[in-house]
Design a protein around this ligand. Structure first.
Ligand SMILES: [Mn+2]
Length: 414
């Protein structure tokens, strides 16, 4: 029988979701409790998997001390683990740096690693010894390479390294405690339990170097979408045998692209959206899904999509009819009218000049940013097709298609 431990990270317990608009009535409670319900699911997972210990790789809370609700649920969960003798090893990350006393300090069965300098704890479990090495952030912005300070020592059994860190630069994540895979390998751990990057990532196979990803996705952004949870690690003696992801999230962010090319009318569009949603909901296994749909491609339907408030109206029309397992979070569009851009570029039409202007902007990020900042002041978000503010290229393309669509409409009318 292999032995087991569980690795989780970036729990951000009891913190609000980011970038989520107003939700239908009755869903606020589900959202508010999602991170805490995921925590309870993590504890249940530890019990069901018969894990010997749980490793938490930083950002347990969204801010240094967490919240009363968060701390209370954490204590209750740890009591459940305690009854079964399951130990907990914790490091603090950039969101919950260890500036004073850890909210978990002094809880029986919990080891909180000190700040700045890695230390190790060897536990003589009935099935054999395990040494867990870790270090907490002492402040938000740790610029030092903490990985270089780890050393395995000579205790027998499995060695697990626990670290909140940045392996290279990642979009949407501050660069803290930067290090490389080579730095981590040099410390000769049998498993690296990393935190900070919110998408599950296997950085190295043997020994495994793994970002567990956030326990509960926190926003509609790409790294937060899809299944989230923890990692179950199986080991024997000083060897990791296997590891697998378990899905523990309560609310799931998903995104689908729908090509409009073959859609004749609004009824077709609605059918295509509902079909895509049904697939996503089926995969989510009873969780609440917050779904973002992006309309892509080219077709006659574009004419409808660019009407004032059309996309927001369609979103709420669909959303109003959904059950408790689906929220239409947003419907955005990068779709265009049924024209061939290259053909148009080479033509003598006025549209060719318009296209050239858009092409020039696309090649000049500074001018584009300035223009979009300016436009943002005079237009509502719907004019930019519901695309996120950081998606400059997408917004520019949407504006280009809007202009082309309006020009074609005028041509048609003339
Ligand atoms: Mn972090």
């Amino acid at each position: 029988m292999p032995r087991r431990f569980i690795h989780a990270a970036d729990l951000h317990l009891d913190s609000p979701f980011a970038g989520v608009g107003t939700l239908r009535e009755g869903l606020a409670d589900v959202m508010r409790d999602a991170s805490l319900d995921a925590w309870d699911a993590l504890i249940t997972c530890c019990l069901e998997e018969d894990a010997e210990f749980l490793v938490l790789s930083g950002d347990l809370f969204d801010r240094a001390d967490g919240t009363p609700r968060g701390r209370s649920r954490v204590r209750r969960g740890i009591e459940r683990l305690q009854e079964r003798g399951i130990r907990v090893f914790v490091v603090h990350g950039n969101h919950d740096p260890l500036s004073g006393r850890s909210p978990l300090a002094g809880i029986e069965g919990v080891h909180v690693f000190r700040k700045d300098v890695p230390t190790s704890e060897t536990i003589d479990f009935p099935a054999g010894p395990v040494t867990v090495h870790g270090v907490s952030f002492g402040k938000r912005e740790v610029t030092e390479n903490l990985a270089l300070k780890f050393s395995p020592g000579d205790a027998p059994g499995l060695h697990v390294g626990v670290l909140h860190c940045s392996l290279g630069e990642r979009e949407g994540h501050g660069t803290y405690a930067p290090c490389t895979v080579a730095d981590l390998l040099a410390a000769r751990m049998d498993y690296w339990a990393l935190g900070h990057i919110h998408a599950y990532t296997e950085e190295h196979a043997e020994p495994p170097i793994i970002y567990a990803g956030t326990l509960q996705g926190r926003s509609p952004k790409s790294g937060e979408r899809g299944p989230h949870g923890a990692v179950v690690v199986e080991f024997e003696g000083d060897r990791v045998l296997d590891h697998r992801r378990v899905e523990l999230d309560r609310v799931r962010f998903e995104a689908v692209d729908i090509a409009i090319d073959n859609l004749a009318d609004e009824a077709d569009l609605e059918r295509a959206l509902r079909r895509a949603a049904a697939d996503v909901v089926a995969r989510a296994d009873g969780r609440l899904v917050l779904l973002r749909a992006t309309l892509t491609g080219r077709g006659p339907l574009h004419e409808l999509l660019i009407r004032d408030e059309y996309l927001t109206g369609l979103r709420s029309a669909l959303d109003d009819q959904e059950a408790d397992d689906l929220v239409w979070e947003r419907i955005a569009s990068t779709a265009g009218p049924a024209v061939d851009l290259d053909e148009l570029r080479q033509s003598n039409a006025f549209a060719a000049e318009v296209l050239a202007a858009f092409d020039a902007l696309a090649a000049d990020p500074v001018a584009l940013q300035a223009l979009l900042d300016d436009l943002g002041k005079s237009f509502t978000d719907t004019a930019l097709a519901g695309l996120p503010a950081e998606d400059l290229a997408g917004r520019l393309a949407a504006a280009r298609e809007l202009a082309l669509g309006l020009m074609l409409e005028q041509d048609g009318a003339a």
